[in-house]
Design a protein around this ligand. Structure first.
Ligand code: GP9
Ligand code: MN
Length: 636
């Protein structure tokens, strides 16, 4: 052994390699992460490295090897604890720890008794790298006591660390575009940037939002409140309470845009069942309705509909502000005797749903664990919509009535693939495979709704329910403009066209009512909360909401997009150009200016409410500011 010439920084190298290998092994043995291809595996292997290099690399700044070694041991112990805590948390919650959750101790209430069941003697293996490191320090023959590390050497080391980080981020970006800006799922984050980096990122996101929260006080709420009160649309007495007491079934139609409704593709009808609802005696069909989502996509549409507030301009509010105080539609319905639930066959942590649903006061989340999912009945993202609806109706039959169920469909999701037996119409024939397949999955989604209606009838749940269905966001992005222009028979897709293409269908189906009609008022997802609550006879006068009941005479034909674009019955504002809606011709900006100003105000008020967590200062019952909370705040 004596003859081996150990490199100078062997202890550092051993620490890095031991922790790296251990982390990768723990990824594979203690978390259930589905790895779909070699690239994902490669990312998983690389992803702990940049942080490990960085954390251990700090040792290069210490002068003596003794201090260096002590530092290395401390860091290895800390990293092992972080990883081990995640393993323990995961085995219980099937989720990774977030900074926010750590401070909500109530979350651990149900964990108490089971701590001892979770901890096991074999768990010492999670500290194997620490042991290796200690042994190495003891037995690896000491190189000549090193003089302080040369600055060039340190520089090279940290350049390498950065290179590894960027390699990791670059690969992750190709595998999951917009991973960090959208931050949709903790599992995806850990899979792509690694546990250690994930915690840093999480701390950054959480501390940013808690700083904004701490700085906010009730005074900003006064201004917002004045605006909201002044802009409330009064109820339509003919419609208010008309369907009181019915179950409410909300169906979010994944990626469904209006352009497929009452339209054909190469002679094939795309949505025959939904088309039949557009002139059905029991259905209100809203033909000029828009999604208002941002990067949070599905989760934004949920957020907007529940709260009648906008999502955020950056990131997903579900992720960044899951712990805020809200006054959701579910909470309102719960207060009015409803059993409230969400049905969606996906991991409960996706979009941080498991956390924010608590803030929305939703009674129960039927996530993937509530469904029977196997090879045959799932495709691509999970359970296919038809079995999803079938199994959901089974669950509904056991629910206390009246209930409010929000159902989130999944099959019509990018990349829009189907098993051969589910294909009902051929692909389209453009240069975009995405658009070509989109028609097929939209056709499948349409079929699933038909099945759902039949199942509800068979289960005896149909007559006493109202079924609200709307597209959650676009499915075809502007990357497919060329193919879209071919389909729509246009020379090109202009910003004006793109804005109008954000229209998604909205149906309010009220079995047996005979009230059906087409409504072409310009409206958006933000209007759904007051619209639905009013139909059920639930007041919203004191609610901090930005939308308006579409049935109200005071509802304005004006819908604001998250990025500042807007559509009215006469104008379209997009790409900083004001267009005449009817002709699509640009017109003087002055025509749009008042709406531009109002869009900015409303978006800003919505952001203030969310960033400042202002609803904690608001009494939903009286519409007053909560004096005691404000005083507490001032004392702080
Ligand atoms: C995932 C589903 C899809 O659970 O809601 O989210 P999306 O990618 O459409 O935002
Ligand atoms: Mn979606």
């Amino acid at each position: 052994m004596k003859s081996i010439k150990w490199p100078k920084h062997s202890i550092l190298a051993i620490a890095i390699i031991a922790t790296w290998i251990k982390t990768v092994i723990v990824y594979h043995t203690s978390f259930e992460m589905d790895i779909e291809n070699a690239m994902q595996e490669l990312i998983l292997i690389i992803n702990p490295l940049s942080f490990i290099l960085f954390a251990y690399g700090i040792s290069l700044f210490f002068k003596t090897s003794k201090v260096r070694n002590r530092y290395l041991i401390t860091i290895s112990v800390l990293l092992a604890i972080v990883l081990y805590a995640n393993v323990a948390f995961y085995s219980f919650y099937n989720d990774f720890i977030t900074f926010a959750v750590l401070f909500q101790t109530s979350n651990f209430g149900d964990l108490g008794g089971s701590i001892s069941e979770i901890i096991n003697i074999t768990d010492l293996l999670y500290f194997a790298d620490v042991i290796v490191l200690i042994l190495a320090i003891k037995y690896v023959p000491k190189v000549k006591e090193m003089s302080p590390v040369r600055p060039q050497m340190r520089k090279a080391y940290f350049v390498l660390t950065m290179a590894v980080l960027f390699l990791n981020l670059g690969l992750a970006e190709t595998e999951r575009p917009q991973l960090l800006t959208r931050a949709f799922d903790r599992e995806l984050l850990v899979k792509n940037i690694g546990t250690y980096n994930y915690h840093l990122y999480d701390i950054y996101v959480q501390s940013k939002s808690s700083a904004q929260r701490a700085l906010a006080d009730g005074s900003s709420l006064v201004e917002v409140d004045n605006y909201v009160q002044a802009n409330q649309a009064s109820v339509n007495p003919e419609m208010f309470g008309k369907y009181k007491g019915r179950n409410v079934i909300l169906v979010q139609l994944e990626s469904l845009q209006s352009f497929v409704i009452n339209n054909e593709m190469n002679g094939q009808v795309v949505t025959p069942f939904l088309n039949s609802l557009t002139n059905d005696k029991d259905t209100f069909y809203f033909s000029d309705f828009y999604h208002q989502t941002g990067l949070g996509k599905t989760s934004d549409s949920e957020f907007i509909v529940e709260n009648s507030l906008f999502g955020l301009g950056r990131g997903a509010v579900f992720f960044t502000h899951g712990g805020n105080t809200y006054n959701s539609m579910a909470e309102k319905l719960g207060e009015n005797g409803y059993f409230t639930n969400v049905m969606h066959s996906n991991n409960s942590s996706f979009w941080n749903r498991n956390e924010i649903y608590k803030s929305f006061n939703i009674d129960k989340f039927y996530d993937i664990e509530s469904y029977d999912v196997n090879e045959e009945n799932s495709v691509n993202w999970g359970l296919k919509d038809i079995p999803f609806f079938e199994q959901s109706v089974d669950l509904m039959t056991g629910m206390q009535q009246p209930f409010y169920s929000k159902m989130i469909t999944l099959t019509n999701h990018y990349p829009f693939t189907l098993d051969p037996e589910d294909i009902m119409i051929p692909e389209y024939t453009s240069n975009s495979g995405t658009l070509n397949r989109y028609f097929q999955t939209a056709r499948y989604l349409d079929e699933s709704i038909k099945v759902f209606f039949n199942e509800l009838k068979e289960a005896g749940l149909y007559d006493n329910s109202i079924i609200v269905m709307y597209g959650d966001h676009y499915g075809i992005s502007e990357n497919h403009n060329k193919a879209m222009s071919m389909y729509l028979n246009k020379e090109e897709i202009t910003p004006y066209d793109s804005a109008l293409l954000q229209s998604v269908p909205l149906f309010i189906h009220v079995p047996g009512s005979g009230d059906g009609q087409e409504i072409d008022k310009t409206a958006g997802q933000i209007d759904l909360r007051p619209t639905i609550l009013h139909l059920l006879g639930i007041e919203t006068t004191n609610d901090m909401q930005l939308g308006a009941d579409i049935f109200s005479d005071e509802h304005e034909d004006f819908v604001i997009f998250r990025d500042g674009r807007f559509v009215t019955d006469k104008l379209v504002y997009a790409g900083e150009v004001c267009y005449e809606r009817e002709t699509g011709e640009p017109t003087a900006i002055e025509a749009c200016q008042p709406y531009i100003d109002r869009s900015l105000i409303e978006l800003d008020y919505s952001d203030q409410i969310i960033n400042g967590d202002l609803l904690r200062f608001y009494d939903e019952e009286t519409g007053n500011l909560l004096q005691e909370k404000l005083e507490e705040k001032i004392e702080e």
